[in-house]
Design a protein around this ligand. Structure first.
Ligand code: BTN
Length: 255
């Protein structure tokens, strides 16, 4: 039986999951909260956790793979969540590199994967896959500045969903995809991921850590999970990390 740690309110399920993982919690252990006061997103951003209306969970995984392959877990997780969303939703979602869930260029979910130190021995190595999904929220639940760029499963489908059903499907799907990844490698995952790539062929920009913006046409992720784009001079760039978005002239909504 896989453990599920439930909280009415906490700062961040990822923080708790990392503590549990460091104390030896098993592969597949889940931490879920109805509300987070300090939900964390990628690149130091905050994650807005509307109380009782979203899936806010962290899943501890300990796949038996080499350290080098750990970085790819984040895209495996994105694909797993996208498959679950598609099972529940009448509209199909898209993925924005590296692992955001989108409908019609509006964000419905995101994933923050945090790994143990890559020097840790194989026994104690883990990754925490933190998943935030807007499930039953309405637009006016969100702060004004986010309303042009967010969506939820309820908004897209005109109905509400059982958050626990989504939780268990997500955990089980993630564990299945990790077995596929371990046994068949990243190529199969990448092929499926690319079918849902919302950026490919579109005009995008990437903001680097130094604030410098690279603009170009998205070419999709490569076998290492890096996103490629070609700028207006024809130069190809590979992005390992960074804030990636549609270029302003491409957005349906102002950002
Ligand atoms: C992103 O879009 O940048 C990633 C968002 C990840 C949010 C989830 S909510 C559950 C888990 N706990 C956190 O603090 N963050 C993740």
């Amino acid at each position: 039986m896989l453990a599920v740690h439930r909280f009415d309110i906490t700062d961040s399920t990822n923080r708790i999951a990392k503590e549990l993982a460091a104390d030896g919690a098993a592969h597949g252990t889940v931490v879920i909260a109805k509300q987070q006061t300090g939900g964390r997103g990628r690149l130091g951003k905050a994650w807005e956790s509307i109380p009782d209306k979203g899936l806010y969970c962290s899943i501890i995984v300990r796949p038996d793979i080499s350290i080098q392959r750990y970085a790819q877990i984040t895209m495996v997780a994105g694909l797993a969540v996208a498959k679950v969303v598609d099972e529940f939703s009448s509209k199909k979602c898209m993925l924005k590199w590296p692992n955001d869930i989108f409908f019609n260029d509006c964000k419905c979910g995101g994933i923050l994967t945090e790994s143990s130190s890559l020097t840790s021995d194989a026994e104690s190595r883990y990754a925490v896959v933190g998943i935030g999904l807007n499930v039953n929220s309405k637009l006016d639940d969100f702060p004004m500045e986010l309303r042009e760029t967010v969506t939820s499963l309820a908004i897209e489908n005109g109905m509400s969903f059982e958050i626990d059903e989504l939780l268990f499907e997500t955990r089980d799907r993630l564990l299945v995809e990790l077995v596929e990844f371990k046994e068949n490698g990243f190529v199969d995952i990448l092929e499926q991921w690319k079918e849902k790539d919302m950026l490919c062929g579109r005009h995008m920009e990437c903001v680097g850590f130094d604030g410098k913006i690279i603009e170009g046409i998205a070419l999709g992720p490569d076998g290492d999970g890096q996103l490629h784009l070609r700028d207006c001079k024809g130069v190809e760039h590979a992005v390992l990390s960074g804030d990636v978005r549609l270029a302003r002239k491409e957005t349906r909504h102002s950002e």
